[in-house]
Design a protein around this ligand. Structure first.
Ligand code: UDP
Ligand code: MN
Length: 251
């Protein structure tokens, strides 16, 4: 049987949310044996996401968890100020621990809702023995960041410029782990209490991994199959004008 990919996606309400989720869901429709765990950063599950998932055609689990106010970015804060999606990823991980039989053959992948994913990536990650890494495009202030050269699955060098001393200089989209390894480390999780840029390193370290333990994937790490694209914020500043003119507001 094909191993299952458990993909955990944090998501939050903003004007571009449905556009981002639509693009992501339509990518996932092409991926067999994938279970999508969507975790809303919200007090309650929203009607928008509930309806969206219901008609998505995907196998999914819908969860929610609101980010603690202390850790929530304000509208005008620069996005690097605080880590994003931590509580939501952890809720997704807990769901897997409670609901997926530990003998299940599969992998865990953390999928942000606004990245761009090639279908080839999913076939690469499905068969990971313990943990694997690959380069992520358009991140770290570079063309890509993560493993820079690999041979026979061994990572020979890392392509990174910012805080290269991090245990794993890699983006969230640049790794996946086998479920067995995940179940063996009951305390493995994400943390808000880490220095900037250490979210991924903290998680991988909590799985007892070092750089020597991770397999370099995707044509010896020479091909980019995932990009850290970011959707431009929609400000919709003319909406207020219509409302002030007494226009009825539609969808
Ligand atoms: N996210 C969230 N709550 C927030 C901000 C972001 O759940 O307040 C989610 C977001 O939907 C995405 C992930 O966390 O899946 C990473 O956030 P974002 O893409 O904004 O971060 P960036 O790519 O800019 O680092
Ligand atoms: Mn993003």
């Amino acid at each position: 049987d094909l191993p299952v990919i458990y993909a955990v996606t944090p998501t939050y309400t903003r004007w571009t949310q449905k556009a981002d989720l639509t693009r992501l869901a339509q990518t996932l429709l092409h991926v067999p044996n994938l279970h999508w765990i969507v975790v809303e950063d919200a007090e309650r599950k929203t009607p928008l996401v509930t309806k969206f998932l219901k008609y998505s055609g995907l196998q999914y689990t819908h969860l929610n968890s609101k980010t603690d106010a202390n850790y929530k970015l304000k509208a005008d804060d620069p996005n690097w100020l605080l880590p994003r999606g931590v509580a939501q990823r952890n809720v997704g991980l807990s769901w897997i621990r409670k609901n997926v039989p530990p003998s299940t053959s599969g992998v865990l992948y953390l999928m942000d809702d606004d990245n761009t994913y090639s279908l080839k990536l999913f076939e690469e990650m499905r068969t990971i023995a313990t943990a694997a890494v690959w380069p992520v495009g358009l991140t770290g202030g570079l063309k890509f960041e993560g493993p820079g050269s690999c041979s026979g699955g061994k990572v020979l060098s890392w392509y990174t410029a910012w805080k290269p001393e991090r245990p794993f200089p890699i983006d969230m989209a640049g790794f996946a782990v086998n479920l067995k390894l995940f179940f063996q480390h009951k305390n493995a999780e994400f943390s808000n209490k880490v220095p900037r840029g250490y979210l991924e390193s903290h998680f991988l370290t909590s799985l007892d991994l070092t750089r020597d333990d991770v397999e370099g994937k995707v044509e010896d790490c020479s091909e980019i199959l995932v990009w850290h694209t970011r959707t431009e914020k929609a400000t919709l500043k003319q909406e207020a004008k219509l409302i002030s003119m007494g226009n009825p507001s539609n969808p």
